[in-house]
Write a protein that binds this ligand. Structure first.
Ligand code: UD1
Length: 433
């Protein structure tokens, strides 16, 4: 079993280049099913979830060619099946995008109910509501979502009961080829929603309003091929911003869209870190000598503070002076890392959807387990900020969403390696002591 081992206490310094947005890429890969022509996707992150999605495309007859590490060419003309099922796809959340895309193009889909990180109950009722409104019959049978629209999909006016990233993208995927004009209200506004809409529009779709509360789609008869480059990953960027703040370092984070990071930048500034914004980069400077301050955070849909940055922010606040409160409004089970962090000396009390964090002046290294993707990354930052050695187990979660995480951290001066055995751990300890 691979684990991260690190020796903390070194402020991270230098430059890091951010990859393409995983959550945009997941929708875009499924969107490639909507045309018979070639789709070239650039700036694809080389992470596990993306590779599982590409493998799943191959399973149903698409041809996927990896032009280079971050570029893939997809041809879906040979798709022969609308039924996706392998043990890997069951484990990832974004498998649900195949329902929207297959339903849109082939009017049928049979896809396992999505897995993903266990951060909450994560229902998909709003996705299903959207598909039904577009004229599909949808049933859950044997753990699969089976959807069919024998007479094709038609336009609809859909009001989402909850603001959902997944439902917004999925309904868009289904509606772009549906007949007539579809309106989706109370949609999510995350940057990756806009990116998926831009991608579909580059194929000839007619989507307006992405990034606002209401998306309007005029269905088109067919979509063409495209060549599209994915936006930078807001959460990967935010994670390195927290790495700079929590270790008291100074990192220039390149290839980002600073506007997408505003909620994170403004909280870091509020607690006393320095955030400098450039055209396509941000620099975050923590202060090794002076502790950062406390604040209140409430996770919200974009442009609010992202739930996917909540654990990383908590790591930083855990070392700040004073008492901070984080309210988690999106997922009910997103404080599972707290017990692990307490083992490193943090002082956090969880009450319902609130974490009350009383800052301590240092963490000390311990053996901890990554409970999910973002919390896993957060524990790595904690380990790099901590005194002594930290081992993070179950790093498979982290590898789902962070490309070459340890290499990027090492280039910033982080003492971190992937190890598998006790002997590797000993070797690392000898090397860095
Ligand atoms: C996506 C992201 C995830 C991020 C989350 C919120 C992907 C693959 N994952 O997850 O990283 O944390 O957005 O930014 O892009 N809900 C329902 N019914 C539904 C759908 C959602 O009640 O049909 C609820 C969820 O339980 C949650 C809230 O709506 O409380 C938001 O969920 P949603 O935005 O859909 O998250 P995901 O698409 O699962």
């Amino acid at each position: 079993m691979e684990q991260f081992i690190m020796k903390g206490g070194t402020p991270l310094h230098g430059e890091v280049v951010i990859g393409g947005a995983k959550n945009a890429a997941l929708g875009i890969i499924a969107g490639a099913l909507l045309t018979d022509e070639d789709v070239i996707i650039e700036n694809l992150p080389d992470v596990r979830d993306i590779n599982v999605m590409l493998e799943a495309l191959k399973e149903i007859g698409a041809v996927v060619e990896r032009i280079d590490r971050h570029t893939a060419k997809i041809s879906a003309v040979g798709v022969t099946s609308v039924s996706i099922d392998d043990e890997y796809i069951r484990k990832i959340r974004a498998s649900y995008y195949f329902i929207g895309a297959l339903l849109g193009k082939h009017h049928m889909a049979d896809v396992p109910l999505p897995g993903g990180c266990a951060i909450g109950s994560r229902p998909i009722d709003q996705h299903i509501k959207g598909f039904r409104a577009l004229g599909a019959k949808v049933e859950i049978r044997n753990g699969c979502v089976q959807a069919a629209a024998s007479e094709g999909l038609h336009s609809s006016h859909i009001y989402l009961d909850v603001v959902s990233v997944g439902a917004t993208i999925n309904i868009m995927l289904a509606a772009v080829l549906a007949e007539g004009r579809t309106i989706i209200e109370n949609v999510a506004k995350e940057p990756h929603i806009v990116d998926v809409a831009n991608f579909l529009n580059s194929m000839g779709a007619n989507i307006k309003g992405a990034g606002t509360n209401e998306i309007r789609i005029r269905g088109v008869k067919e979509l063409s091929g495209t060549e599209y480059s994915i936006i930078p990953d807001q959460i990967e960027a935010g994670t390195f911003m927290m790495a700079a703040a929590a270790t008291g370092g100074n990192i220039l984070i390149k290839n980002v869209i600073p506007k997408h990071l505003e909620a994170i930048s403004s909280k870091l500034t509020e607690i006393g870190a320095t955030v400098e914004e450039y055209d396509d980069a941000v620099r975050v400077i923590g202060d090794r000598e002076k502790r950062l301050g406390a604040t209140q955070i409430k996770t919200q849909p974009y442009p609010g503070f992202p739930t996917d940055m909540q654990p990383q922010m908590a790591i930083t606040l855990g070392l700040s002076e004073g008492t901070s409160v984080i309210t988690e409004n999106i997922f009910e089970n997103r404080f599972k890392y707290v017990d692990e962090l307490m083992r490193m000396g943090a002082n956090i009390k969880v009450e319902g959807n609130m974490a009350i964090i009383t800052g301590v002046d240092h963490y000390s290294g311990a053996s901890v387990v990554a409970p999910d993707l973002r919390a896993g990354a957060a524990l790595v930052i904690a380990g790099l900020a901590a005194e002594g050695f930290t081992v993070v187990e179950d790093i498979k979660y982290i590898q789902r969403g962070y490309e070459r995480f340890e290499e990027k951290l090492r280039a910033l001066g982080g003492k971190i390696e992937i190890v598998e055995t006790e002997k590797d751990i000993m070797k690392f300890k000898l090397k860095v002591s």
